[in-house]
Design a protein around this ligand. Structure first.
Ligand code: HEC
Ligand code: HEC
Ligand code: HEC
Ligand code: HEC
Ligand code: HEC
Ligand code: HEC
Length: 429
């Protein structure tokens, strides 16, 4: 009888354990968004919606991340297909959001199917990526990061589950042994001393103590590592600049080439920030922005005021179209900054290697205010050197070295790492 009961409780504990594991991994897997294809959604979103919507920030329209928490799917289908029809029909939510956005009309998209909209929802409901240490050129960083977060959670969950299982098995074995002993009439020492407190039983059990210490060490090492990797990393740093200069408006909307302003990136170690004279090439004639440049976050008056700050700094009087001679230097706050002991050269990467600015600096042309996109850690530099092939075509110097080295490594393509990009002396003086 007793044994049957015990076997029952073993299976009960197993089921409990599995349920525990499932709930543990649930939040990472289950998003209550419809199951759409986020990659297809991204394309649709960028071509149809991105002009007015951002995922995580308010733009002309609301941020769409979390939209399924506010609205049910059917509502979203009919809104996207024809929002005006819903407003005219008197849908209270539709009218409320329309009023909130100062009656800015949203385009109708009758051509979109429900599946298309599901795909867009899947894309906008993707959680924001957390800082990462590796940037794969052209790869989808966000996806990689999410992958590691999920697997770390799973590992922790699995460890906790194993510990739980071990404890329960021990308790059960102990109980069964005691029962067998009792049945055989053996007197147990504990029975004489009375019941041992649980903590004492735990401390006395060397095996349990060792297992839990190992687990504790693993968990703390995991968190300590995560913490240490963040020290001195300024990823996401976004200081307020003395003039609100928008890369989105200049490099994005007006498609001004990066090198128009950061001309030295091609030929020298540093990229440099342009002098205000460069700005005045255009701003002698541009003293205000167009009505359409204004966004929900920044009004036309705000932008015009910022251009006035530029005029104050260079001493330009727009009414008389002449310089007054009174200048006030603008102190741009430096964002990207490696420690002095590390050497980095822009022309090596931009001209020689042909790496795009965006691979290291992110989507600058979409940034209203520049922030540090990459972690700029040693691991980040090295990762890319391991993964990026050196461009050798049309470069006599490299073609020769390439032939010798590719023989040495027995591969067709050479990475920056194989060219010496991992040698300490290349990056450290
Ligand atoms: C021309 C600008 C514009 C475009 C393009 C646009 N939207 Fe909108 N959207 C808005 C505005 C503005 C609102 C706020 C309500 C209003 O004023 O009509 C809104 C509201 C919404 C809402 C309601 C959000 C909420 O919190 O209730 C959803 C959903 C939405 N848009 C989805 C989309 C999708 C999907 C696309 C692309 C297929 C898209 N929008 C394209 C401007 C736009
Ligand atoms: C019209 C001039 C202009 C153009 C065009 C321009 N920039 Fe800039 N850039 C600036 C100014 C001014 C600053 C300093 C203020 C700031 O950080 O926003 C700056 C800052 C930066 C920074 C941050 C520097 C730091 O402090 O670490 C990066 C990175 C950058 N630009 C990259 C780019 C890229 C990439 C492009 C092309 C997509 C580009 N810029 C186009 C003028 C320009
Ligand atoms: C190649 C031409 C060109 C150059 C160079 C240029 N701008 Fe602009 N700037 C523009 C245009 C075009 C607009 C937007 C006008 C509009 O939207 O109607 C603008 C808008 C602005 C605005 C208002 C919007 C915003 O970004 O906040 C400011 C401030 C500004 N520029 C500052 C600068 C500064 C500072 C520099 C030098 C680092 C500079 N500009 C260099 C063409 C230029
Ligand atoms: C391989 C990565 C990489 C590429 C590609 C790259 N940058 Fe940088 N950029 C950096 C790093 C790293 C720093 C910090 C340098 C330092 O502190 O010495 C930096 C700094 C800057 C700065 C701050 C001022 C300075 O000169 O240090 C500007 C502006 C800038 N980059 C613009 C650009 C532009 C424009 C391009 C494209 C033409 C570009 N970068 C391409 C990695 C890169
Ligand atoms: C986006 C990819 C990428 C990133 C990020 C990157 N590099 Fe590079 N780097 C390259 C490539 C590709 C080359 C090979 C260029 C060539 O043909 O010599 C290179 C070459 C170099 C070289 C010359 C190596 C040699 O053999 O002469 C140095 C030094 C260097 N990188 C330093 C850095 C530092 C420091 C960082 C981080 C702050 C960094 N790089 C980040 C791609 C990258
Ligand atoms: C591709 C360029 C590159 C190479 C190769 C490289 N480093 Fe670094 N290293 C860096 C950069 C960039 C930093 C600054 C990182 C930061 O500020 O977080 C750094 C930082 C360091 C630090 C300071 C600790 C830290 O992580 O901030 C040490 C120590 C160091 N490197 C040692 C080495 C040794 C030893 C080698 C050779 C095995 C080496 N590095 C090769 C780019 C490089």
């Amino acid at each position: 009888m007793e044994q049957v009961k015990n076997r029952n409780s073993v299976s009960r504990i197993l089921i409990l354990g599995i349920a525990f594991l499932l709930t543990f991994s649930m939040p990472a897997v289950a998003q209550d968004a419809p199951a759409g294809d986020a990659a297809k959604g991204k394309e649709l979103f960028n071509s149809l919606c991105a002009a007015c919507h951002k995922r995580y920030k308010k733009s002309t329209g609301p941020a769409l991340f979390g939209v399924t928490d506010r609205r049910d799917t059917e509502w979203i289908y009919s809104w996207v297909k024809n929002s005006k029809a819903m407003i005219d029909a008197g849908d209270a939510d539709a009218i409320a959001i329309f009023e909130e956005y100062k009656k800015t009309p949203m385009n109708a998209f009758p051509q979109l199917s429900n599946t298309d909209i599901d795909n867009i929802i899947a894309y906008v409901m993707e959680p924001k990526a957390t800082p990462s240490t590796g940037v794969t050129p052209g790869g989808d960083q966000a996806q990689q990061v999410e992958g590691t977060v999920i697997s770390n959670e799973l590992i922790l969950g699995a460890l906790a589950f194993i510990l739980l299982l071990l404890i329960s098995i021990l308790v059960l074995v102990n109980k069964t042994l005691k029962n067998i002993a009792k049945a055989n009439g053996v007197e147990l020492p504990e029975d004489k001393e009375g019941h041992k407190p649980l903590w004492k039983a735990f401390v006395d059990n060397q095996f349990l103590v060792i297992v839990s210490s190992i687990l504790l060490l693993l968990v703390s090492a995991y968190f300590a590592y995560g913490y240490l990797m963040q020290v001195g990393v300024d990823q996401g740093y976004q200081p307020i600049q003395p003039i609100h200069y928008s890369h989105r408006i200049h490099a994005g909307d007006n498609k001004i080439d990066c090198k128009y302003c950061h001309s030295s990136a091609r030929v020298s170690k540093t990229s440099g920030i342009p002098s205000l004279n460069v700005c005045m090439n255009c701003h002698k004639s541009i003293s205000e922005v167009a009505e359409t440049t204004a966004t929900a976050d920044h009004s036309k008056e705000f932008y015009d005021g910022e251009i006035q700050k530029l005029y104050n700094a260079v001493g330009w009087d727009p009414s008389s179209q002449s310089y007054t001679g009174e200048t006030k230097p603008v102190k741009w706050v430096r964002i990207h900054n490696l420690p002095d002991f590390a050497y980095f050269n822009h022309s090596q990467h931009v001209s020689v290697a042909g790496v795009k600015c965006q691979q290291c600096h992110g989507p600058i042309e979409e940034m209203e205010v520049v922030y540090q996109h990459a972690p700029l850690t040693m691991g980040w530099c090295i990762n890319c050197h391991r993964e990026t092939n050196v461009k050798v075509e049309g470069n006599e110097y490299y073609e020769k070295i390439h032939k010798e080295l590719s023989k040495k490594y027995g591969v067709d393509k050479l990475t920056a790492a194989q060219m010496g990009g991992l040698e300490c002396g290349k990056c450290h003086y």
